[in-house]
Write a protein that binds this ligand. Sequence first.
Ligand code: SF4
Length: 196
Amino acid sequence: MKTKKKQWYEYLWIWSIVYFALGFFNILFAWLGMIDFLLPVILAVFGGNKFFCNHLCGRGQLYCKLGGDLKCSRNRPTPKWMASKWFRYGFLLFFLSMFGNMVFQTYLVAEGARSLREAIKLFWTFRVPWGWTYTGSIFPDWAAQFSFGFYSLMLTSLLIGLIVMLLFKPRTWCAFCPMGTMTQAICKLRNRKKAL
Ligand code: SF4
């Protein structure tokens, strides 16, 4: 029997690993994560679909690989409340407010009201020194501050996803992932407009 040829985008889980690895060497690479932030929204706005989630999300693929192929998941059903509307939208709001706070901290550094903090914050609580990844650059300090903040957000969400992957189904994170909730809301709005 002929096996189906794999598409290039089925290997994007490797990108997910590379992204987090790069953040151990130079924090400025964290900016590359903006692709994963903007692309799903752009595709949802212009395409009205979840093409990113279905085909291009390296993180979703990584959870599948670890939890499914490598059997690192207990594979228990995802608790219903995690996929409920109130939790998904509540988590999205929380996530966006943390993103807003991170942008505000970047602004303070840009204005000279605060100095650059060479650390990342895990789970929005635990400060971890990360200074070796930044020894100055041609870019202003605010660009580095954004990197530390954004990498914190990305790593925290990855870890939450890994924890729920271990406890429940491999892709449990997708049930309440802020990007998934946001793109789903955009697609719904877009399709509702079309139907009017
Ligand atoms: S819900 Fe989030 S993690 Fe899951 S596939 Fe979509 S963007 Fe990726």
